[in-house]
Design a protein around this ligand. Structure first.
Ligand code: ATP
Ligand code: MG
Length: 318
């Protein structure tokens, strides 16, 4: 089985990415699983090119530092030629209506003024999946429709031109912590949030982590209880603590909000310490990271080559 997962360099990796996804990728990854930094997807909205390049590198370092096997890792744009070719073939099998009805396109402001890439990126995502021959794509609710499209396009290609692609399925990743923004617990913590006050980044130093946690929004109940509906801020802190130390948020007991925040800060600092140190070490050794990237790109291209060649040939081109 090949499960394919990606993270977009739309911002710095945060504790939510780590606890909710990356840590598990490293722990539960099977020998066939693949992971990539989806930098081409970051271009569908306004972005800054040097920042994109730096974030891509940083995220690759984070994935390596998490302990994901480098042989299973690659950067999406290292396959830009292959992906560009297959995307075009797939776009020519996909109707405008199929792309325009993606709820993510509508949610992200899709309309006649949107970038065409925002409309077509689910097709690029289909190319990501089909080129690697992934059969399972673990995604949240917001992405199941895109995997569904990849499935439709794979079936359509196979039946129209000839059997080339593995038909992928969206799978539900195991439940993990859903970390909320410390300053606005009604929304989840996100890389792309502009205000970083409520976001703990993997690379934040311990003092900054402590400061962000000490300012975390709580409430006026003044009781440390796990009641996500009534006390979302406190529940979030309890969940972060529980995920870091490996207990259930219901069994955690603290007397005051101050005590809770100090304990969460300590736990988060300890949880992130080895990861942060390793990322800093990797970023300081450009040759090693370049080697990992190049090696990953070669493997990913090798996996893609025969499917791309067959697809182009069957489609009557190249
Ligand atoms: P963006 O703002 O660009 O959407 P993001 O922080 O939501 O960034 P994604 O790239 O969308 O990050 O997601 C990468 C992985 O991290 C996914 O598996 C996603 O489920 C997980 N993830 C993202 N945010 C959180 C969070 N707050 N808590 C737990 N897991 C999260
Ligand atoms: Mg997201």
């Amino acid at each position: 089985m090949t499960r394919l997962s990606a993270i977009t360099p739309s911002g710095h990796a945060h504790i939510g990415n780590h606890l909710g996804a990356l840590r598990r990728w490293a722990r539960d990854g099977g020998p066939g699983d693949l992971y990539f930094v989806s930098d081409l997807h970051a271009m569908t909205v306004s972005y800054n090119p040097p920042r994109l390049r730096a974030l891509t590198r940083e995220l690759l370092a984070v994935l390596v530092a998490e302990g994901i096997d480098p042989a299973r890792l690659f950067v999406q744009s290292d396959l830009v030629r292959e992906l560009g070719a297959l995307s075009w073939v797939l776009e020519c099998t996909c109707s405008y209506g199929e792309a325009a009805r993606m709820t993510q396109f509508k949610a992200k402001g899709g309309g006649t003024g949107a970038r065409l890439g925002l409309l077509t990126y689910p097709v690029l995502m289909a190319a990501d999946i089909l080129l690697q021959g992934a059969d399972s794509v673990p995604v949240g609710d917001d992405q199941t429709q895109h995997v569904e499209l990849a499935r439709v396009l794979a079936r359509r290609f196979n039946s129209t031109f000839g059997e080339v692609f593995v038909v992928p399925s969206a799978t539900t990743p195991p439940t993990a912590a859903r970390v909320r923004d410390l300053a606005a617990p009604e929304r989840k913590m996100s890389k792309s949030t502009r205000d970083a006050a409520g976001v703990v980044f993997v690379l934040d130093n311990p003092d900054l982590i402590r400061r962000k946690l000490s300012r975390a929004v709580t409430d006026s109940y003044d009781v440390v209880a796990y009641r996500p509906e009534k006390q979302p801020g406190v529940a979030n802190l309890l969940e972060i603590y529980a995920a870091c130390v490996g207990v259930s948020p219901r069994e955690v007991e603290f007397r005051t909000y101050g005590e809770l925040k100090t304990a969460v800060a300590d736990a988060v600092i300890e949880e992130l310490r080895p990861l942060r140190e390793k990322v800093i070490e990797l970023l300081a050794d450009p040759a090693e990271l370049d080697r990992i990237r190049k090696d990953g790109a070669e493997r990913a291209r090798d996996r893609a080559a025969h499917r791309l060649d067959s697809a182009l040939r069957l489609a009557g081109v190249a």
